[in-house]
Design a binder for this molecule. Structure first.
Ligand SMILES: Cc1cc2nc3c(=O)[nH]c(=O)nc-3n(C[C@H](O)[C@H](O)[C@H](O)COP(=O)(O)O)c2cc1C
Ligand code: SF4
Ligand code: SF4
Length: 241
């Protein structure tokens, strides 16, 4: 079984591709109340995006609940450029036989704009090849460690990773502009269930993963995170498949 977490579809797409190629099933961890008891699973896969060179909190929590050493265990993180020590961090929680990172289009529009169309398409093309290779290696139960950690990985993953959890996940800068139609999509897809509609407009609670699903999926582009995102593009993988 492949367990995934995904804000804008990159990790979901990888998980589903791997499921298809390894004759497995991909499951969104945010749809599960708790990690299922695993019996006779050939593979246990964990697929997720890197946040601040670290593993997102819901993935860490989920991995802690998983029974160890059932089937061939592997992890694939997706990242815009560098994974830092995210896979080493995950390995401490849940031991893996194989660890990978796959570079995908970056969705972190809180920090910078989305990439040019050509870059996005090129990254997706290369990711497709990477998935083929990963699927082959998994099928052969070949232990592999292919992770693009990048420079100063220790510093980034410890300092930035902790700082991200403590300070960057605030929902205070979120707001919806007047173009919001009150469709409720943002509330329905929020994995932390922190958005509710009040008088037809979204209101954010406190528990946020910063997955950016709400901001990227809003059909009106009405959601902003402070002023900077007004000038930035939106990304979901569905627009490129
Ligand atoms: C909060 C946040 C932090 C991120 N931090 C990193 C990072 O440290 N390194 C990196 O290369 N990409 C980073 N990214 C980019 C994502 O990891 C990347 O776009 C990922 O493929 C998104 O996956 P998803 O579509 O499954 O949500 C970050 C994205 C978000 C939303
Ligand atoms: S998805 Fe966008 S338009 Fe729909 S309720 Fe949320 S903010 Fe409004
Ligand atoms: S509020 Fe938005 S960014 Fe935060 S968890 Fe929900 S969908 Fe993700």
């Amino acid at each position: 079984m492949i367990f995934y977490f995904s804000g804008t579809g990159n990790s979901k797409w990888i998980a589903e591709q791997l499921a298809e190629k390894t004759d497995d099933t991909a499951v969104d961890i945010t749809t599960l109340n708790m990690a299922p008891e695993l019996k006779d699973e050939k593979y246990v896969g964990l697929v997720f995006p890197v946040y601040a060179w670290a593993v997102p909190e819901p993935v860490r929590n989920f991995a802690r609940q998983l029974a160890p050493n059932v089937g061939f265990a592997y992890g694939v993180c997706t990242c815009g450029a560098e994974a830092g020590l995210a896979m080493k961090q995950l390995n401490k929680i849940y031991p893996l036989q194989s660890s990978y990172s796959v570079v995908m289009p970056s969705n972190y529009i809180v920090g910078e704009d989305i990439e040019p169309q050509q870059t996005i398409r090129q990254k997706l093309k290369e990711a497709k090849q990477a998935v083929e290779q990963i699927a082959d290696e998994i099928t052969r139960h070949e232990p592999v460690n292919r992770v693009a950690e990048g420079g100063m990985a220790f510093l980034k993953s410890t300092l930035a990773g902790k700082g991200f959890d403590r300070f960057a996940r605030t929902t205070k800068p979120f707001f919806a502009e007047d173009s919001c139609t009150g469709c409720g999509l943002c509330a329905r897809i929020c994995p932390s269930k922190t958005i509710r509609l009040a008088e037809g407009k979204p209101v954010w609670g406190e528990t946020c993963y910063q997955c950016l699903a709400c901001i990227h999926h809003c059909p009106q582009r009405a959601i902003q995170y402070g002023e900077k995102t007004k000038e930035r593009g939106r990304y979901t993988i569905e627009n490129y498949l």
